[in-house]
Design a protein around this ligand. Structure first.
Ligand code: ATP
Ligand code: MG
Length: 434
């Protein structure tokens, strides 16, 4: 809309045209106020029933909440107005009318359950605290891109429709591809490795991953956004350095650029940027720390996965972001390299927030013969993955990398209850639309 002024920029003495949503109408009898809301804030519009054009007053008073209005008028100082200024209108136009009954109340006075909110996301997003999450999400993605650039990584985009999954048939969504069976990719793992093996060397991607997991939890989605890194000539410790740096950069950007959003979310005081050096525990250290608390019924032994409960105990013990490295080879996938001096132990690592896992990574197996052995040990047919394994015959250097769930980064950063809060249109067991 040409010549439109944001409500936040309307200064006393100016004649402006503002446009936005009718947040509220306060009718006090002889005088009434419309509160108009746009992307940047709110402004009061004064209607005087005796002193103003009847048609104009009527248009303003008849408009239902959340209708879109265009208001032209003079901006005046008014200490009693919410923002210290008000508009005395000379014209009001209903640009898009809203029905009188709304499926949810964007003013937030009436609470709505998450499913209702997600069904009516456009209205839900009109609430400042919901918008704040997605403005922060945007800032995080930008910061992550910049952090990768500083680490000399090239942004890539890999296919999401694939012939074979990363780790075999489980957790895959099948799709029909011109009559052939194909799948939605569960991870860019194999592609990013193929690209690290090219002269690109260091690559990153921010893109969707699809997981047909059955469980409905506050930290799992069926479509998530994965932040992926892969670097040639990197070992697992260097990959951990990058994960730490990218995470810290995301927090820093939010602290620097999203003060208003943090305030809106009630986090202004408690928001803390991690110090950039996360403790690095070995898997064995992790078992010992958990066992020492005596809080688990069973005693964890080598080869056990860390249950959600064990992760929570460890999170409480460590109290900040941390790594668990040197996992048993048997619990990590075939593409993770074992330590040269100890084949029982892999270079696989997880990066944890005290509440949940954020990252899995490791150094990759780049030796052709070992890679093929790994496939066979995991019960996978290496021939099905020929497009991947063959390239390892033509000079793929040692490389390492990781994948981080973008939504988990946000959920933990903003202390949200449910991962769905960090997705505009989540996909889960119950939800395929909108
Ligand atoms: P978990 O054990 O917590 O289910 P995972 O170990 O199966 O996760 P990975 O395959 O290691 O997950 O994926 C790397 C990262 O991607 C995870 O650490 C997590 O941040 C994110 N991620 C994986 N699956 C999901 C999902 N279903 N929903 C949201 N994020 C996910
Ligand atoms: Mg993992």
């Amino acid at each position: 809309m040409h010549g439109r002024t944001y409500t936040a920029d309307a200064a006393p003495g100016e004649t402006v045209t503002v446009a936005g949503w009718l947040h509220e109408t306060r009718d006090l009898g002889g005088i009434a106020f419309l509160i108009l809301r746009d992307k940047r804030g709110r402004i009061q519009v004064k209607l005087e029933k005796d002193g103003m054009d009847d048609a104009l007053v009527e248009t303003g008073l008849d408009a239902h909440r959340e209708s879109v209005l265009r208001v032209e008028g003079d901006v005046e100082e008014e200490p009693r107005a919410p923002t210290g200024v008000e508009i005395v209108p000379t014209a009001i136009e209903v640009v898009a009318a809203a029905d009188p009954e709304l499926p949810l109340d964007p003013s937030g006075k009436v609470d709505a359950e998450l499913p209702t909110r997600l069904d009516n996301r456009t209205l839900d997003l009109r609430k400042p605290e919901v918008q704040a999450i997605f403005r922060i999400r945007s800032a995080v993605q930008r910061a992550v891109r910049e952090a990768f650039r500083e680490h000399d990584a090239t942004e890539i985009n890999t296919p999401k429709i694939v012939a074979t999954g990363t780790e075999g048939g489980t957790e895959l969504f099948p799709v029909s591809y011109f009559g052939e069976e194909a799948f939605m990719n569960q991870s860019p793992q194999l592609f990013k490795q193929l690209l690290a093996g090219s002269n690109l060397e260091r690559v990153f991607e921010i893109g969707p991953i699809f997981r047909a997991e059955e469980h409905n939890t506050p930290r799992h989605l069926n479509e998530a956004t994965s932040i992926d890194f892969e670097g040639a000539f990197c070992d697992h410790t260097e990959a951990m350095d990058v994960a730490e740096a990218v995470t810290t950069a995301a927090y820093e950007a939010v602290a620097d650029d999203c003060a208003d959003e943090l305030e809106t979310l009630g986090l202004a005081d408690e928001f803390a940027v991690p110090d950039g050096e996360f403790p690095r525990l070995s898997y064995r250290d992790a078992l010992d720390r958990v066992n020492a608390t005596g809080e688990l019924d069973e005693h964890l032994v080598w080869g056990d996965d860390l249950s959600t409960e064990a992760e929570h105990i460890l999170g409480r013990e460590v109290g900040e972001h941390y790594f668990v490295a040197d996992w048993p080879s048997e619990v990590k996938p075939f593409y993770i390299k074992d330590h040269d001096d100890d084949e029982e132990t892999s270079t696989g690592f997880d990066m944890m927030h005290p509440r949940m896992e954020l990252v899995s990574g490791g150094q990759r197996e780049h030796r052709y013969d070992r890679l093929i052995e790994g496939f066979e040990q995991q019960g996978l047919d290496p021939e099905e993955f020929g497009y991947y394994t063959e390239m390892f015959r033509y000079g793929v250097p040692p490389h390492a990398g990781w994948g981080m769930g973008a939504e988990r980064l946000l959920v933990t950063m903003l202390d949200l209850d449910n991962i769905r809060e960090a997705v505009l249109f989540p996909r889960d067991r119950q939800r395929l639309s909108p």
